[in-house]
Write a protein that binds this ligand. Structure first.
Ligand SMILES: NC(=O)c1ccc[n+]([C@@H]2O[C@H](COP(=O)([O-])OP(=O)(O)OC[C@H]3O[C@@H](n4cnc5c(N)ncnc54)[C@H](O)[C@@H]3O)[C@@H](O)[C@H]2O)c1
Ligand SMILES: O=C(O)[C@H](O)[C@H](O)COP(=O)(O)O
Length: 375
């Protein structure tokens, strides 16, 4: 078996070489000659997988080590008889922790308590539902919008997007990118909706750039200085609008999902699908792959106040470490991708074991995703 893997896929060589010969290739431009000899192709979100890429090649299986699948033309794969597997939920925890890191930063900067704010979550799937759980664990009010789930008769209480816009102090987007269809999410946040945001609202986009109309966002931010904006994803990528970047409060290079755990889960999920496709299922224990984190234990004395939580969260991941480098290089062609390729290791909160005063605090920390126990 010959398997092509994106060069930015940790653990791919280690795992896929169990079933064949592995070649690592650049995701934005997969070499045509390599495709002519490949049985399997394992990509990330930067590779457009369609008829033009695969027709006339021997590729029989495509895996994407990502949650989003808008870069894959699934109907073309079906027509070509190519099996497909994605990695749903692989990096959901990473995105939730990115959102918390950003919110705790803005709350400290602007002097507000998150418990006094209402968070509207748009798209309540793997990311959105985990975000809701963790916000609720802190007693923060959430409002939910997820038309596909509502239409399926889901028992959760959902509202439409315009109701959320009217009621939420913080609005955070976690939908797939659908360019058409009943749940179209392309420019879901258009100029009228951006203008309708509450005074002083915070807008977060960590799903796909075009879910928010970026040109409209720039126009609105030129008029409305009261809004705060966190963008991890851009329209377009990698050539984002430098003018928009200068106006947003937190700007990162599509790395919200980039914890080591999230990337490793993505690779193991597609490897497991590939090995099952070959008829030789080979489950992988994630813990066996991951190294010990730089900080692994800490003692917390006293209550878990917002300021304490912020310091704890930022010990594991402070989003500013990804904001500053992007601001420096965003105008230089190629640098967006370079930041992503050379991403400094980042771990999830679960890698930090917190010892604290009592079981109440420990259970709160566990509900947030830390590993925790009372002294
Ligand atoms: N920035 C990053 O690094 C990063 C990481 C992971 C995922 N993502 C993106 O975020 C998206 C969400 O991730 P996920 O793992 O939660 O996916 P998911 O598929 O588990 O959840 C998506 C949810 O959005 C809902 N939805 C679909 N269309 C909608 C619409 N028009 N309005 C409101 N809700 C809608 C779905 O019903 C579903 O519940 C992915 O599709 C991906 O594009 C980005
Ligand atoms: O959809 C996803 O899973 C994320 O957007 C993912 O983190 C994107 O990372 P990439 O595949 O571009 O490395």
């Amino acid at each position: 078996m010959k398997i092509l893997v994106d060069e930015n896929m940790p653990y791919a060589r280690e795992l896929f070489s169990r079933s064949g010969e592995v070649t690592a290739v650049p995701g934005r431009s997969i070499p045509e000659d390599a495709l002519q000899h490949a049985d399997g192709l394992m990509v990330r979100s930067v590779t457009k997988v369609n008829q033009a890429l695969l027709a006339g090649t021997p590729v029989k299986f495509v895996g994407t080590a990502t949650a989003g699948t808008d870069h894959i033309d699934e109907s073309a794969l079906a027509q070509l008889g190519v099996a497909f597997s994605a990695a749903p939920g692989c990096n959901a925890i990473a995105v939730v922790e990115y959102v918390f890191s950003a919110l705790l930063l803005l709350a400290e900067r602007d002097g507000f308590a998150l418990t006094d704010r209402t968070v509207g979550i748009v798209g309540v799937g793997n990311v959105g539902a985990r975000l809701q759980q963790r916000l609720q664990a802190l007693g923060i009010r959430t409002l939910l919008c997820d038309p596909p789930r509502a239409d399926r008769g889901d028992s959760e209480s959902f509202q439409d997007l315009d109701s959320l816009i009217g009621a939420a102090d913080i609005l955070t987007f976690h939908t797939p990118l659908y360019k058409e269809g009943p749940y179209r999410s392309w420019h879901l946040m258009d100029e009228a909706r951006l203008q309708a945001l509450k005074p002083g609202a915070i807008l977060i986009n960590a799903c796909r750039g075009p879910v928010v109309d970026n040109a409209a966002l720039l126009r609105v931010l030129q008029q409305r200085r009261d809004l705060s904006v966190v963008l991890d994803v851009w329209e377009p990528e990698p050539a984002l609008s430098v003018a928009l970047l200068a106006r947003v409060d937190i700007a990162t290079a599509h790395i919200a999902g980039y914890t080591l755990e999230g990337k490793a889960r993505g690779t193991t999920q597609v490897y497991e699908a590939w090995s099952a496709y070959l008829g030789k299922p080979d489950p992988v224990a994630l813990d066996s792959l991951l190294p010990v984190a730089d900080f692994s234990t800490i003692e917390l004395h006293g209550p878990l106040e917002q300021s304490t939580l912020k310091r704890l969260v930022h010990l594991v991941y402070d989003v500013r470490r990804d904001d500053a480098p992007l601001r420096k290089v965003a105008a230089i062609p190629g640098e967006f991708d370079r930041l992503r390729k050379n991403y400094q290791e980042r771990r999830e909160w679960s890698s930090l074991h917190v010892t604290c005063d009592n079981e109440h605090i420990a259970s709160q920390l566990r509900a947030l995703g830390f590993s925790a126990a009372a002294r």
